[in-house]
Design a protein around this ligand. Structure first.
Ligand code: NIG
Ligand code: FE
Length: 424
């Protein structure tokens, strides 16, 4: 076993471990665990040791560094005065695309709606045209650039959807590029098939749904190249029954359902997510109380995307209603040409200021709950023995700076599997 990294003398390490199992450093008579933030599992004056790519020990600096001397580690990180948190998990992005839509940002500022832009041939369909024309290497380079930006902002795991191909060849090409990016880049990339992201120009919706079900999904299955199957269940796009057909076919092909639900209007996507046992229902700007109860009942993770509401000038999802109902709320960037931010920190700022979440809730939403939205193992998004060595060291004394320092990246150093992969 190799001692890959020791991060030591941190002002705090936020472990996100369950309160009951928390280590307290009792062996040395030291109990650096701060009681006030117990649910976050915070150690003060703390260190973390990573062997191979997994966390071996977290606790007070003294005992941890005696057992795991930093000078013996491949990477020794002095985190004096700094907060250390798990690497962020971004559970909803459309980070693979070609072309530029910054002019649509200007049009929206002039009062154009997302639907109007779509009806004029802009929006998703414009990105589809650009993506079909782009070569694989260009797509890969752009995706790797976006992953670099995400990593610099503390994201160590990200979900990326297809959905700018809308034909079998390009959808498969997108998923292959996502797979190559996952191989090449330190960030873990979780692939989602989203052939049902929009109806291609000039096509009948039912006929296109049949293509997704009968041609695209079998091809994705034969290449075993996606973990989730997502659908844009939305007024004027795919209705509930069309969405259900796609998700059920996806499930039979081994892909777990996810749903874009109630983003622009309320049509029943949240209930559909509950009925099909989706891993997550995402957006949820127009979800009702019954919808929220159904999600909680069926353990579907609500993924809220405050950046999308910000970019659209729309009302935000009612995060407090989900939290008060007992939901394990996750947040994501929704990074795409219509929502151009790769920063989970900015999503957390919006979650706090615009959706009424606390910084602690926003951190849980960016780590453990986001990992649950991707069906990742329970350790992902935590820093406890056995967790992946995915760590963000902040240039700040507390995790609160992630949302507090809005518009600025609070992350200084990032470790992935114990390797230092970014340093500011
Ligand atoms: O999640 N709502 C559908 N899909 C994306 C937008 C994609 C685009 O406009 O290119 C979303 O916001
Ligand atoms: Fe989306």
């Amino acid at each position: 076993m190799t001692l890959t990294a020791v991060v030591h003398d941190a002002a705090e390490i936020v472990t996100l471990e369950e309160g009951d199992d928390a280590e307290t450093g009792e062996a040395d008579g030291e109990d650096a665990k701060a009681n006030t933030e117990d649910e976050l599992g915070i150690y003060t004056d703390a260190a973390i040791a990573i062997e191979d790519d997994e966390v071996a020990r977290v606790g007070p600096t003294g005992p941890v560094t005696r057992e795991f001397p930093p000078e013996n580690a491949t990477h020794a990180v002095d985190a004096s005065g700094k907060s250390v948190v798990p690497g962020f998990v971004d559970p909803h992005t459309h980070a693979l695309f070609a072309g530029d839509r910054s002019d649509e940002f200007e049009a929206k500022l002039q009062g154009k709606t997302y639907q109007e832009i779509h009806e004029e041939g802009g929006g998703i369909l414009r990105t589809v045209r650009a993506t079909r024309e782009a070569g694989d290497d260009r797509l890969l380079d752009d995706l790797l650039d976006h992953l670099d930006t995400m990593l610099a902002h503390g994201t160590t795991t990200v979900e990326v959807k297809s959905g700018y191909g809308l034909d079998t060849e390009t959808e498969l090409r997108m998923l292959e590029v996502v797979d190559r990016a996952d191989d090449r880049h330190p960030v873990d990339v979780v692939p989602t098939f989203m052939g049902a992201h929009a109806v291609p120009e000039g096509r009948d919706t039912d006929e296109y749904v049949a293509e997704v079900v009968d041609e695209q999904i079998p091809e994705v299955e034969s290449q075993d190249i996606a973990e989730f199957c997502d659908v844009f269940c939305e007024e004027g796009v795919f209705d509930v029954e069309q969405s259900r057909r796609v998700l059920e076919a996806g499930r039979e092909a081994g892909m777990t359902p996810k749903v874009h639900a109630e983003e622009l209007a309320h049509i029943g996507g949240t209930q559909l997510a509950a009925e099909v046992g989706a891993a997550s229902a995402d957006h949820l700007l127009h979800s009702t109380e019954e919808d929220i109860a159904a999600l909680v009942e069926s353990d579907v993770v609500p993924v809220l995307l405050p950046g999308t509401a910000f970019g659209l000038g729309a009302e935000y999802a009612d995060a407090r209603a989900f939290l008060d109902a007992g939901a394990d709320v996750a947040i994501a960037t929704d990074f795409n040409p219509n929502c151009y931010s790769q920063s989970m920190g900015f999503a957390a700022s919006l979650a706090c200021v615009e959706m009424g979440m606390t910084p602690a809730e926003a951190l849980v939403a960016s780590t453990t709950n986001a990992a649950a939205a991707l069906d990742l193992s329970e350790n992902v998004g935590t820093l406890q023995q056995g967790s992946p060595g995915d760590v963000a060291v902040l240039d700040a004394p507390t995790y609160v700076h992630v949302p507090y320092n809005f518009g600025v990246n609070a992350v200084e150093t990032v470790l992935k599997g114990g390797q230092v992969v970014h340093r500011d």
